[in-house]
Design a protein around this ligand. Structure first.
Ligand SMILES: Nc1ncnc2c1ncn2[C@@H]1O[C@H](COP(=O)(O)OP(=O)(O)OP(=O)(O)O)[C@@H](O)[C@H]1O
Ligand SMILES: CCCC(=O)O
Length: 352
């Protein structure tokens, strides 16, 4: 059974072809900034991206008609349980309106639907950014007007958690994990027997990342917002795109920061150590969520490739449980396997 997986990012679209659970081929299509700037909204890019996907498939002799299903990354929907969802016209309309905010992953379901329709094949999304399996006690922030929102790297964290469980000879439903995605954003989530029962909102809570500020001192934040120095948009950019490592060091590349540290740059060392310190602190908090019953802590995402970063986190949290490393991300495979489970009848597709 052949599946086309589509993962739209802010500057590229990754596509992969799977024959059952085997990846046959993978490619990233870059979208230059000057082309993307012609679109007022991210959802408006779907025809442009479809054109590039079809050309890439045709250049690689992969006819659209050969696919039994098309699966895209799911975006910022209203809170929903993890799993594989069927995409129909209603869901496409919702994704077009971006209820949870603009995010490139909103395009995943829209593109999958339109490609699927061309060949009468089903379209799916898997474990969207807004997967919400939080317990009621985790939802309060301290102000009733500002409930905590579950927005995270759920797709990769759930895929890697399943792999970690397999490595331990168990299923995802049988164990408790704290899974940490160390990417452009950082998610730290306690998974209790197959459910992600809490998570820092990777857009604006928890540790700072290479580009996001993470949790900020709220009173000082209010003062900065009203200082007259920044517009609302500029403040959002500071928090989401120009915070964290970038704000302190002017780079979003953790490898560059590490190079500087190794050449004796004390500021680079402090900032990298602080990032790891904050991640470790969040892991500690999530171990309390799991009442200390943690089978393993799992580190994944691009920064888990770094020996310094993974060791620096590990030395602070290894008293809680063993630490397992799964560097990089498994998003394409997670998409394909999510669709495959449904196409094989092993799981029922959910409806949004
Ligand atoms: N081998 C490596 N050693 C150290 N850091 C690395 C390595 N590879 C990637 N990184 C760092 O990981 C960070 C981004 O990770 P990643 O590529 O997983 O993020 P992304 O896919 O852009 O974002 P996200 O995971 O949030 O969707 C960058 O700062 C990058 O420098
Ligand atoms: C909300 C976090 C997900 C991402 O950054 O892709």
């Amino acid at each position: 059974m052949r599946i086309l997986a589509i993962n739209p990012g802010s500057t590229s679209t990754k596509i992969a072809i799977y024959e059952n659970d085997r990846c046959l081929w993978k490619e990233g299509i870059d979208h230059p900034a000057h082309e993307l700037k012609n679109f007022a909204r991210i959802a408006d890019q779907y025809e442009y991206r479809i054109k590039h996907i079809l050309k890439t498939l045709s250049d690689n002799d992969a006819p659209l008609e050969s696919f039994a299903g098309i699966v895209g990354r799911g975006g910022m929907l209203n809170p929903l349980a993890g799993g594989t969802y069927s995409v129909d016209e209603d869901l496409v309309n919702i994704l077009q309106n971006a209820p949870g905010g603009e995010h490139a992953s909103n395009l995943g379901g829209i593109i999958a639907y339109h490609l699927g329709r061309k060949i009468s094949a089903p379209a799916y999304i898997v474990d969207p950014v807004s997967v919400d399996e939080m317990e009621p006690v985790a939802r309060l922030s301290g102000l009733p007007e500002l409930p905590r929102l579950s927005q995270s790297h759920a797709l990769n964290m759930k895929a890697v958690s399943r792999k970690a469980a397999l490595k331990m000879g168990k299923t995802y439903q049988e164990i408790n994990l704290i899974t940490v995605h160390l990417g452009g954003g950082i998610s730290v989530a306690p998974h209790r027997q197959g459910k992600m029962i809490d998570v820092n909102n990777a857009n604006n809570e928890g540790p700072f990342s290479v580009e996001r500020s993470g949790t900020l001192p709220s009173y000082q934040l209010v003062k900065l917002c009203y200082s007259g120095k920044y517009s609302e948009k500029e403040m959002q950019t500071k928090i989401l795109k120009e915070g964290g490592l970038y704000a302190y060091l002017g780079t979003k590349d953790a490898r560059e920061a590490e190079r500087r540290m190794n050449q004796g740059d004390a500021q680079a060392k402090l900032v990298l150590e602080s990032l790891c310190y904050q991640v470790a602190k969040e892991i500690g908090a999530m171990s309390a969520v799991l009442l200390g019953e943690v089978d393993a802590i799992v580190l994944t995402g691009g920064m888990a490739h770094s020996q310094f970063i993974s060791q620096e986190i590990t030395r602070r949290v290894s008293f809680i449980s063993p630490v397992m490393l799964f560097p990089g991300e498994e998003e394409m495979e997670a998409l394909a396997l999510g669709a495959l489970r449904v196409l094989r009848g092993e799981e029922q597709a959910l409806s949004y």
